[in-house]
Design a protein around this ligand. Structure first.
Ligand SMILES: NC(=O)c1ccc[n+]([C@@H]2O[C@H](COP(=O)([O-])OP(=O)(O)OC[C@H]3O[C@@H](n4cnc5c(N)ncnc54)[C@H](O)[C@@H]3O)[C@@H](O)[C@H]2O)c1
Length: 363
């Protein structure tokens, strides 16, 4: 089992990574300064696919323990789902000395994290991610929140977990498209981090996206290590944490323009391709590097379909992004793997061209 530390002074926590490690949850709870009134928020698909693991976790005779199972999507990543968790907590008599544990993907993690951040002004929270996307990205960093009025993640809070426990056993029951989504964020980390990891990923990503434990562990460890380092330096995204938005300005616009018919991780891959195209147009990326980085993106072409898109609408959506300042879209672009530029501005015409060039391989 590997342990990665997210160093945030009094909000510091560990990320544990390994196979079959969810059984160590209670050992970690005993070791840490955790409350023992535990409430589980569990994704219904995980509950169905891993009944034994879930039963062993939930049916503790040592602690107060209750659970709610939730079937969520981007539309129900909403106040009403937060309300369900809050109501269950109240009904079952939980107070400020409670520990909320989410077991599921990025959606339940964001919703349960926000419920934990707001219940009695904040209770303890542990994240057990069960999708590849949540394992490599969303479970670490403390961003929690919900969608509201058509805007993604517009209501939320920074609320760091007390522990993240990544058990790779969960990941083997994921449908292929969810594995592909996880790879979307892994590709982002390969672009952000260093050439060695980029080359490793390019070589070791299976054509059918099947998972092999040894390379899977490396993908997760590298991604989480990168994210933890960045979050440790900039907890609330006032500076370098913006790096993590590589490809995401485009990705969020794609998701909204496609009415959430495309999954977040798939939109990230398409968004990363728009980012590469904009970086090329602005002469940040050489044509040789662009070609080399396209090799990785091209592996996903058969997995992502965009039927129709409206580039002008996407531009409008990007203008509304909560990360903008002074009414200008600020892009995260790249010169090469590991050499990233923040807050780059571009002409509307250039952005629209990047959208067309970035999306045409998926149409
Ligand atoms: N907080 C952050 O920093 C952050 C970062 C990236 C993404 N996100 C958010 O994450 C969300 C996407 O998360 P996601 O891709 O994990 O989607 P998700 O939570 O919807 O999970 C995808 C699907 O997989 C199923 N599932 C989960 N675990 C499973 C398992 N082990 N076996 C079989 N099926 C399983 C779920 O039921 C669901 O149908 C988006 O809302 C995005 O905004 C947040």
């Amino acid at each position: 089992m590997n342990r990665i530390n997210v160093n945030l002074e009094k909000n510091s926590y560990e990320v544990l990574i390994g196979k079959n490690i969810s059984k160590y949850l209670f050992r970690e709870i005993e070791k840490g300064e955790f409350y023992k009134n535990i409430f589980f928020a569990i994704d219904t698909n995980v509950n169905k696919n891993h009944p034994e693991v879930i039963d062993n976790l939930v049916n503790s005779d040592k602690y107060k323990s209750n659970k709610i199972t939730l079937k969520l999507n981007e539309y129900s990543k909403s106040y009403s789902s937060v309300e369900k968790i809050h109501s269950a907590l109240l009904t079952k008599g939980y107070g400020r000395d409670s520990l909320l544990v989410s077991i599921g993907g990025g959606i339940i993690g964001d919703v349960a994290g926000f419920a934990a951040a707001t219940f009695t002004r904040g209770i303890q929270y542990i994240n057990l991610p069960t999708t590849l996307l949540a394992a490599v990205d969303s479970s670490v960093g403390g961003k929690t929140g919900i969608n509201f009025s058509g805007a993604k993640n517009i209501v939320g809070s920074f609320h760091q977990p007390k522990l993240v426990l990544i058990d790779t056993k969960f990941l083997y029951t994921l449908p292929k498209d969810e594995v592909v989504c996880g790879f979307g964020e892994i590709v982002k980390y390969a672009f952000l981090s260093e050439e060695k990891f980029y080359t490793y990923l390019l070589k070791n990503i299976n054509d059918d996206f099947s998972l092999k434990e040894s390379s899977l562990l490396r993908f997760i460890n590298e991604s989480v290590q990168y994210k933890s380092d960045v979050v440790s330096k900039d907890e609330k995204e006032s500076g370098i944490r913006k790096l993590l938005n590589l490809g995401h300005t485009f990705a969020h616009a794609i998701e909204v323009d496609q009415n959430h018919k495309i999954k977040h991780g798939q939109a990230v891959i398409a968004g990363l391709n728009c980012m590469l195209n904009l970086s090329l147009q602005l002469d940040l990326l050489t044509p040789e590097r662009f070609k080399r980085y396209s090799l990785l993106i091209n592996k996903f072409v058969s997995e992502i379909k965009i039927k129709k898109y409206d580039a002008a609408n996407m531009y409008k959506i990007m203008l509304k992004d909560k990360k903008n300042r002074d009414g200008k879209i600020k892009f995260v672009l790249m010169k090469k793997v590991g050499e990233i530029l923040l807050d780059v501005e571009a002409e509307k015409k250039e952005v629209i061209t990047a959208i067309h060039n970035g999306l045409k391989i998926f149409c």
